[in-house]
Design a protein around this ligand. Structure first.
Ligand SMILES: Cc1ncc(COP(=O)(O)O)c(C=O)c1O
Length: 497
């Protein structure tokens, strides 16, 4: 922490300047066309008017995200200080744009990036935009749940040895369920090669702000880290940050790539929400996390003591496939097998509780420093209703799910694979065929089951018997495939070779 910044951490320079501008009652002869909220639809005034009155553009006192020299620079510097980075970039298109910019600033066409395979689609898209070659690292699989976790140090070292020209290593930590690995040893191994460790820490913006939370990727030595401030902290949706330290990544290139990928009219309310989110975590983070963790702990204990059928995922000491479980993520399943994760989620939604995600077996509840006892009580009562009032009958599908989850699709370090954007001419070589008939062909579409949004196939990847079987199984469980021509994936687009 830079002591010269400490007193400024109580300020929110961007938000404060926007507020002072708003109260000057100025007349707008610039974009946006709603003219400080005067143009809001009458039916939406109650909710939209106040935020639109702060929806400015790049006027002199309000600085410019793409060339910050004033209050945005100040807000980003305070964020860098608060998150222990050397430089922080505000992102207005989520971690998505952070991943794109990070990859495009580290690798050029045909250069190698070593990448954890269970990554968000934005990582695959970043590789495609860069035209980079990916060497995919297989994730470990947690034997208890069948979920994919982090990579092993041994695999990272082997990939580095086999590919000495690699430009960096990109890991995703933690995964969606809050399962993560200690990164320090990996950072050291990567740095021995003089290249950067890049981390997609979309689900870990709160890490390092409380003794009961995991260490942040920056504290473990990562060079560039992307965090969705809107996911685990309190920014508005799409608000995220890209933090950088050291000189293994080129900050000018990052700024330049962000200038290409982000809007030339970034949302001021969104950027101000990043400024305010940073102030909250700095000023009140520890106190609010302590309170919220008590809420989660209380919820956890009540479920364990009162709802015998509800099993909450716990990290067992001897489990080496991951090192920590974020206490704000509660992953729960019905141990009797009466309800699938999807059914539990739907029952809870009917009771007014909206979960973060469900899969065939689990429902994932995301708590945060803003969670309170009232919400936890609501969820507990809804779960009690489901588990106590409805008769539970043992079914066999739970074991099948865990076994299918355990079906390891990615077990080997891959050879370098060129990730390219599909060409216009490719369209004439594409055909949709039944999934069962697709084995051996190269996929002409990304196959991304939701949840959890991790690509099973990228464009050009060969379809194996195992992948086809897995796709069929997740589709049967109720997953949907965003962007696929056939959302249920009974058919898949392949390249006619
Ligand atoms: C691991 C991971 N990385 C990146 C993203 C993209 O984040 P955002 O929604 O902030 O663009 C997500 C979104 O769910 C994610 O789970």
């Amino acid at each position: 922490m830079d002591m010269s910044q400490e007193s400024n951490q109580d300020r929110a320079p961007l938000y404060e300047t926007m507020l002072s501008h708003r109260f000057q009652r100025r007349s707008s002869f610039h974009v946006p066309g709603h003219k400080n909220g005067k143009g809001v639809d009458a039916a939406a005034t109650e909710y939209f008017a106040s935020i639109m009155s702060l929806d400015f553009t790049e006027l002199a006192p309000l600085d410019d995200l793409h060339h910050p020299t004033g209050v945005i620079l100040e807000a980003q510097s305070l964020a860098a200080d608060c998150f222990s980075a050397e430089e922080t970039f505000f992102l207005v298109n989520g971690s998505t744009v952070g991943n794109l910019a990070m990859i495009m600033s580290v690798c050029a066409k045909e250069e190698i990036l070593i990448v954890q395979r269970n990554a968000h689609k934005s990582v695959i898209h970043g590789l495609m935009l860069a035209g980079a070659k990916a060497v995919f690292l297989p994730p470990r699989v947690d034997a208890a749940t069948g979920l994919s976790t982090g990579v092993s140090l041994t695999d990272v070292i082997r990939a580095l040895e086999d590919h000495p020209t690699a430009k960096g290593v990109l890991l995703t930590n933690p995964n969606y369920y809050g399962m993560g690995i200690e990164l320090s040893d990996i950072a050291e191994a990567v740095h021995l090669r003089g290249i950067p460790l890049l981390v997609d820490e979309a689900h870990g913006a709160h890490f390092g702000f409380h003794p009961d939370l995991p260490k942040s990727a920056l504290a473990s030595g990562a060079d560039a880290v992307v965090q969705s401030t809107h996911k685990m902290l309190t920014a508005m949706t799409m608000g995220a940050m890209l933090h950088v330290q050291g000189n293994r990544v080129d900050r000018h290139l990052i700024q330049q790539r962000l200038g290409m990928l982000q809007s030339s009219s970034p949302s001021y309310p969104l950027m101000a929400s990043l400024d305010l989110s940073r102030r909250w975590i700095y000023q009140r983070g520890k106190e609010s996390i302590t309170k919220a963790l008590q809420v989660v702990q209380h919820f956890r204990e009540r479920v364990k003591s009162k709802l015998a059928a509800a099993a909450i995922m716990e990290k067992e000491e001897h489990n080496l496939s991951y090192t920590f479980l974020d206490p704000f993520k509660i992953t729960l399943h019905d141990r009797t097998g009466t309800w699938s994760g999807f059914q539990l989620r739907d029952q809870l939604a009917l009771a007014g509780c909206d979960a973060e995600m469900a899969d065939a077996k689990y429902v994932l509840f995301q708590f945060s420093l803003a969670s309170d006892e009232a919400d936890a009580e609501h969820l507990f009562l809804a779960l009690s209703d489901i588990f106590m009032k409805l008769s539970l009958k043992k079914q066999d599908f739970l074991e099948e799910i865990t076994n299918n989850n355990r079906m390891q699709l990615f077990t080997q370090i891959s050879a370098p694979i060129l990730m390219a954007l599909p060409k216009k001419s490719d369209a004439s070589k594409v055909k949709a065929i039944p999934l069962e008939a697709s084995i051996g062909f190269r996929s002409a579409e990304m196959v991304i089951p939701y949840p959890p949004g991790i690509p099973l196939l990228y464009i050009g990847e060969q379809i194996t018997e195992q992948t086809a079987a897995y796709i069929k199984w997740v589709a049967k469980q109720g997953a949907w495939f965003q962007g696929a021509k056939d959302a249920g994936l009974t058919h898949i687009s392949i390249f006619i070779e």
